[in-house]
Design a binder for this molecule. Structure first.
Ligand code: RTP
Ligand code: MG
Length: 141
């Protein structure tokens, strides 16, 4: 088992639904520790930069508009196999395909408004954590 860190975002729809604490509770019960955290209303530039890998995809503009439609809560999570464990807690991208009991099954409304983001690899996790948090804002340092 490997101690990992991953980047998690509670998207504007879930923030609006007032389930920040519910989602944090699921992380903690699964053994993931919040090691960095902040609420932020992303600028268009910040959202485009974060999702730059999807720039050529047909859903890119809608994804960016959704991500700037309200504040998000951004956190780095640490734990054993954190990247995969977090993806399992989130469930499938489309809530229609998400397993019962996952965050997206319980709180997502559509493939666009799908409640949460999670890094998809250890390599991307490091890039995404650094995108939002200087190393001095992740604890322990
Ligand atoms: P995320 O990056 O947000 O954690 O989601 P993911 O890995 O499960 O999905 P990804 O393929 O990385 O897509 C990023 C976000 O774009 C939206 N999307 N829409 N209409 C579509 O076909 C479509 N495909 C993806 C979703 O909101 C997804 O979370
Ligand atoms: Mg993704």
């Amino acid at each position: 088992m490997a101690l990992e860190r991953t980047l998690s975002i509670i998207k504007p729809d879930a923030v609006a639904k007032n389930v920040i604490g519910e989602i944090y509770s699921r992380f903690e019960k699964a053994g993931l520790k919040v090691v960095a955290s902040k609420m932020k209303h992303l600028s268009k530039q910040e959202a485009e930069g974060f999702y730059a890998v999807h720039r050529e995809r047909p859903f890119f503009a809608a994804l960016v508009e959704f991500m700037i439609s309200g504040p998000v809560v951004i956190q780095a999570l640490q734990g054993e196999n954190a990247v995969l464990k977090h993806r399992e807690l989130m469930g499938a991208t489309n809530p229609k395909d998400a397993a019962p009991g996952t965050i997206r099954a319980d709180f997502a409304d559509s493939i666009d408004a799908n409640a949460v983001h999670g890094s998809d690899s250890l390599e991307n996790a490091a890039i995404e954590i650094a995108y939002f948090f200087p190393a001095t804002d992740v604890y322990p340092r």
